[in-house]
Every structure is written in structure tokens, then in C-alpha cells.
Design a protein around this ligand. Structure first.
Ligand SMILES: Cc1cc2nc3c(=O)[nH]c(=O)nc-3n(C[C@H](O)[C@H](O)[C@H](O)COP(=O)(O)OP(=O)(O)OC[C@H]3O[C@@H](n4cnc5c(N)ncnc54)[C@H](O)[C@@H]3O)c2cc1C
Length: 330
């Protein structure tokens, strides 16, 4: 098999799993990530004396390949089980949430599995790729921060949310327009609340099925969390999408009123707000990934594989196998 040089745009879980697998298969991979650190939507927000998982809250593992990966993370102390007391609020009533699911979180923070995957990889951080072109069978990338990336690549993989892939690459391949145009992603307004003392509420996490808030969790109940007592409150996707352009002040006011109604009074808490513009959503048919053999171009990400952390990891992994076995090897 010929060793190829492959650029991956996006160091979320999909881009990272793809990079690790391609490296295992003998290729040279470089990741370009617009943030300072990898993890994407599995991130952790930090402030003075506090931290909160403000994207993915936990993840589950059902596919044997992903279960194997989770076991490795557990053995390397990057992941642990989280067993909160979970309630559900529906039809104006609270009940205990019954489920046999095992819930995993990164330790000491949600971004730990991503950091673990990135350890041995070539990662160019703070590089927003804003233009792509092809010359002499090579992919050329342009960075908003540093201009033209000097090196050309044999293959290019976009591991970014569908709407962003659409903007960046629709002119390169009409199929991308069709697929990414169906990604149907929605935003998520997220509040992070810090308290001097643990609030007195009868749950550590709650699914809320009838209000503008859809999820509340005591970040401090996750394993190995230190610092100030911290909670994460997320608005539901439909409400978030409808009010995605609302000011942070108004969002805070409305979400805190809702939290108070649910019994979590944040009047004395310090609050931060984060807007995820593309938080969740997926194409109706789970394609897994997309690859174009003629162009040596691939797409991966949760949105191509049912959404969620497990879907993202599997999407990257399977694209790596496909692109190397069928197309790049010669
Ligand atoms: C609020 C919220 C709650 C969630 N809760 C859960 C949950 O409880 N359980 C669960 O399983 N999943 C949850 N998810 C979904 C989960 O986080 C995602 O499925 C998963 O992290 C997606 O990984 P990804 O690699 O596909 O995409 P991302 O994590 O979005 O990675 C894409 C990366 O590409 C980078 N990027 C984008 N454009 C460019 C560019 N032009 N140049 C360079 N870099 C670029 C981004 O910065 C990002 O790092 C949640 C997500 C959010 C936002």
C-alpha cells in the first residue's frame, strides 16, 4: 500500500478517530482545527475555579468497535462511568428515569477522550480552513489565520458539521450539496451556573420533555470534577433554533425562569452562556460517511451517522477504512 498524505479538517471525535485509524494503516495525516484544542462538541468550558461540560453531556456505547475504544479509554483513565440520579419531567410531573444504559463521561473533563486520541497526531490548532482547491492531483488548503498551507495533500477529509461542509465544499462536488444540505442541524443554547453551595434539588440530572429547557445536569456529580459547584442547563433544539439570534441576556432570562419553575433557582449563581450554532441533527438516512473516489475527498461526522458521540467516532473510523482500502491504496 502506498503511503498517502491526508488532510483532515476538524478535530472533533470523528476527525480524530479517522486520523488515528489512517495513521494505524500507515498514512501520514495532518489535522486542521479552528479551536485552540481538539474535542469540538465534546468540549469543556473553564473559568477561574470552575469547569463545565457544555456540549455532549455523556455518551453511550453499543457498537462492539466503539465499546472496545471505550474500554481502552477506561483503562487509560480518560473515561469513567457516570451514574447520576436522573429524573424526567413530563405532563407537569416528575418521575424517576428508568434505563439500563451505561453512561460514560471523560475524566477529569469531557474533552479527555479527544485529548487522548490527539496525543500522537499532527494537529494544527487555531487554523480555520476557509478555502479549498485542487491542483495537480493535490488538495490545497487556505487558513483564515495564516493564509495558504504550503503542503499539498493526496486526500482531504472534512470532519465538520454538515452546514459547514456545505459552505466549504459544495462547489467541489455536487453530491456534497445534496448530502450536507440534508443534515438538518439545530442549535443549542447552553447555560453554565456556578453556585457557592450545592442547590437542593432531588436530582443530579433531568430530562425535561415539555419546557424550553430539555436537560439539566449537576456537572459536579460527574467523576473527578473539582472546583466550584457547577450545573449545565440546555435548551431544547427547536426552541434554540427558533431563538438562535436572541441576545445572550434574553436567553439567560428566559432559561433561568424556566429553571426556577423546575425547582433549580439560579438567582445566586454566576452564569455563563454558550450558543452552539450546530449542536445536533443528522441526515434522515444514516449514510455512515461519504467518500468520492475520483476526488479523494471524504466527509465524516455525527450528522452522517445518526448524531451523537458514538456515531461520530464510528463515522471517522469507517471512512478511514474505506478510503484506504478501496481508493488510496494502489
Ligand atoms: C449541547 C450539546 C449536547 C450534546 N449532548 C450529547 C450527549 O449527551 N450525548 C452524545 O452522545 N452526544 C451529544 N452531543 C453530540 C456530540 O457532541 C456530537 O455528536 C459529537 O461530539 C460530534 O463530533 P464530530 O467530530 O462529528 O463534530 P464536532 O465535534 O463538531 O467536530 C468538528 C470540529 O471541526 C472544527 N471545525 C469546524 N469548521 C472548521 C474549519 N473550517 N476549519 C477548521 N476546523 C473546523 C470544529 O471546531 C470542531 O472541533 C451534544 C452536542 C451538543 C452541542
Amino acid at each position: 500500500m502506498t503511503k498517502k498524505t491526508i488532510a483532515i479538517v476538524g478535530a472533533g471525535l470523528a476527525g480524530l478517530s479517522c486520523a488515528v485509524r489512517l495513521t494505524e494503516l500507515g498514512h501520514h495525516v495532518e489535522l486542521f482545527e479552528k479551536s485552540r484544542v481538539p474535542a469540538g462538541r465534546m468540549s469543556t468550558k473553564r473559568g477561574e475555579g470552575w469547569a463545565a461540560d457544555h456540549g455532549a453531556q455523556y455518551f453511550t456505547a453499543r457498537d462492539p468497535l466503539f465499546i472496545e475504544q471505550v474500554e481502552k479509554w477506561q483503562a487509560d483513565h480518560a473515561v469513567a462511568l457516570w451514574t447520576p440520579e436522573i429524573k424526567v419531567y413530563e405532563a407537569n410531573q416528575w418521575s424517576t428515569f428508568q434505563s439500563q444504559d451505561l453512561r460514560y463521561v471523560g475524566i477529569p473533563a469531557m474533552n479527555s477522550p479527544a485529548k487522548h486520541l490527539a496525543k500522537e497526531l499532527v494537529l494544527h490548532a487555531s487554523q480555520t480552513i476557509d478555502a479549498l482547491s485542487r491542483k495537480d492531483d493535490h488538495w490545497l488548503l487556505h487558513s483564515a489565520e495564516t493564509g495558504d498551507i504550503e503542503k499539498g495533500f493526496d486526500a482531504l477529509i472534512l470532519a465538520i458539521p454538515g452546514p459547514q461542509a456545505l459552505t466549504l465544499a459544495q462547489h467541489l462536488d455536487p453530491e456534497i450539496q445534496t448530502i450536507a444540505g440534508q443534515s438538518n442541524m439545530k442549535g443549542c443554547w447552553t447555560l453554565m451556573a456556578r453556585f457557592q453551595q450545592q442547590p437542593k434539588v432531588p436530582f443530579e440530572a433531568a430530562f425535561v420533555n415539555q419546557e424550553i429547557i430539555s436537560w439539566v445536569a449537576r456537572n459536579s456529580s460527574k467523576p473527578q470534577r473539582t472546583g466550584q459547584e457547577s450545573w449545565t442547563i440546555q435548551a431544547n433544539p427547536l426552541w434554540s433554533q427558533e431563538f438562535i439570534e436572541l441576545s445572550k441576556e434574553e436567553v439567560t432570562e428566559r432559561m433561568l425562569a424556566c429553571a426556577k419553575k423546575l425547582g433549580l433557582d439560579c438567582a445566586a449563581a454566576e452564569i455563563s452562556v454558550h450558543r452552539w450554532r450546530y449542536a445536533s441533527g443528522a441526515t434522515a438516512a444514516a449514510l455512515g460517511f461519504y467518500s468520492n473516489p475520483e476526488l479523494y475527498l471524504g466527509l465524516c461526522g455525527d450528522w452522517l451517522n445518526g448524531g451523537r458521540v458514538e456515531g461520530a467516532w464510528l463515522s471517522g473510523y469507517h471512512l478511514a477504512n474505506k478510503i484506504t482500502h478501496r481508493e488510496l491504496s494502489s
